[in-house]
Design a binder for this molecule. Structure first.
Ligand code: ZN
Ligand code: ZN
Length: 343
C-alpha cells in the first residue's frame, strides 16, 4: 500500500488538506469524552518520560547538560520525529505542486516533530516550572530557525493539544511542529486580510486591536510588560484567548530569552485561571506567525491563540464555518481575571 503522505488543494475554496495513512496507526492512550481526560488509561512511564528514550525516534534537538549523551537520560526538553508523521521528509522530489487540470496536489514534504516539554510525567502545562515553560518557547524559536534552512519548506505550524478532546493521544505534556511546503489556510487567510487592512489604513490591524483592547479593558485578561492576553472579540469557543506582543513583531523567531520567560509566566497564570474557570478543559494553543520566506511584513503580527473545548463543533460550525458560543467574551474575561493566580 502506498503510504506516502499527500497534500491536496480543494479546487473551490483553495483549502489545503493532508492525506496521511500512516497516522492511522498511532496508539491512542487517551480515550473517552471526558473533556479533561488527560491521563485516562495511560501506561506509566510513558514513551515521553525520562528513561524511555528508546521508545521514540532519535532526537533532532534537546536541552541537555554538558556531557550527557543524545537519546539517553539527562535532558530537560527533547524534540523527536513523530513516529506517525502527517508529512514526510523524503516524500518525493521536489516539493513542486502538481496541477492536473484544476486538481492540485503535492508530495507532503516536511517534518512532523514532537516537542516533549519535560522529562517528568506532567500532564498539565501549568505544572511546569517557569524555566521549563520558558524553554518550550525558546525551543519553538530554535527549531523554527533550523527548519527555515530547508528551502523546500514554506511554513512551520507550532501547536499544542492538551487533553483527549483537543486531540492529544498521550497525556505527557508536549507540543508539535509540522512543517510544510504550503502555507495553511487559516494563516494565509489572516495574512491576506491583514495586508488588505494595511493597504487601506496604513496600520497593522493587530496593533490597532491591541490599542483598542488596552483602552477598553473589557476583554483584557492579563498583561505583562511586553505581552497581553485577551479573550477573542469574535470567539469560536467560549473562553477563547489570544496572547500577543504589545509592540509590533512580525516573526515569532525574534523573541528573546527574557521575553520567552515573560510569555511563559503570563501564559501559566492565564491557563491556571482557565483551568479554574472551566474545570481543567481540554484545549489547543497554536502559534500564528509570518511564514518562513515572507520577510518582516509591517501588516502581520505574531500571536498565540488558545481554543478551549468548551463546546463540540457540530453541523453549523463544520458545515457553514459559523461558530456558536454561549458565553460573551467580556463575561469570560471578567471571570478569568477574577480567577487569575497571583503574579
Ligand atoms: Zn510520561
Ligand atoms: Zn502589529
Amino acid at each position: 500500500m502506498n503510504e506516502t503522505p499527500e497534500l491536496r488543494r480543494d479546487p473551490i475554496t483553495g483549502r489545503w488538506v493532508l492525506i496521511a495513512p500512516a497516522r492511522a496507526r498511532r496508539p491512542i492512550a487517551l480515550t473517552g469524552h471526558v473533556p479533561h481526560a488527560r491521563t485516562n488509561g495511560e501506561r506509566f512511564p510513558c514513551p515521553f518520560c525520562a528513561g524511555q528514550e528508546a521508545d521514540t525516534p532519535n532526537e533532532v534537538f534537546a536541552y541537555r547538560p554538558p556531557g550527557s549523551m543524545p537519546n539517553g537520560p539527562g535532558w530537560t526538553l527533547r524534540i523527536v520525529p513523530n513516529m506517525y508523521p502527517a508529512v514526510h521528509v523524503e516524500a518525493a522530489q521536489p516539493a513542486a505542486i502538481v496541477a492536473e487540470t484544476f486538481l492540485e496536489s503535492a508530495p507532503a514534504v516536511g517534518y512532523a516533530e514532537v516537542l516533549i516539554d519535560c522529562p517528568q510525567h506532567i500532564d498539565n502545562p501549568t505544572q511546569l516550572s517557569d524555566v521549563q515553560f520558558r524553554d518550550v518557547f525558546r525551543a519553538y524559536r530554535e527549531r523554527m530557525r533550523a527548519l527555515a534552512a530547508d528551502g523546500r519548506l514554506a511554513h512551520v505550524a507550532v501547536f499544542k493539544n492538551v487533553g483527549a478532546e483537543a486531540g492529544a493521544s498521550l497525556g505527557h505534556t508536549h507540543s508539535q511542529l509540522i512543517s510544510t511546503p504550503i502555507v495553511p489556510e487559516l494563516v494565509q487567510h489572516e495574512l491576506t486580510a491583514a495586508e488588505g487592512y494595511h493597504r487601506r489604513y496604513g496600520r497593522c490591524v493587530y496593533c490597532d486591536m491591541i490599542e483598542r483592547e488596552l483602552a477598553d479593558g473589557a476583554r483584557l485578561v492579563a498583561r505583562s510588560e511586553h505581552f497581553i492576553a485577551v479573550t477573542a472579540f469574535a470567539p469560536r469557543f467560549a473562553y477563547e484567548l489570544w496572547v500577543l506582543p504589545v509592540a509590533h513583531q512580525a516573526r515569532y523567531e525574534a523573541i528573546s530569552d527574557e521575553e520567552a520567560l515573560e510569555l511563559a509566566v503570563l501564559l501559566k497564570r492565564v491557563l491556571g485561571s482557565l483551568d479554574q474557570c472551566q474545570h481543567l478543559p481540554a484545549y489547543n494553543w497554536f502559534l500564528h506567525t509570518t511564514p518562513l520566506r515572507a520577510g518582516e511584513p509591517r501588516y502581520y503580527h505574531w500571536h498565540l491563540e488558545i481554543t478551549p473545548r468548551t463546546a463540540r463543533p457540530a453541523g453549523f460550525e463544520w458545515g457553514f464555518g459559523c461558530h456558536i458560543t454561549t458565553v460573551a467574551p467580556e463575561v469570560a474575561a471578567e471571570q478569568l481575571r477574577a480567577a487569575l493566580p497571583p503574579p
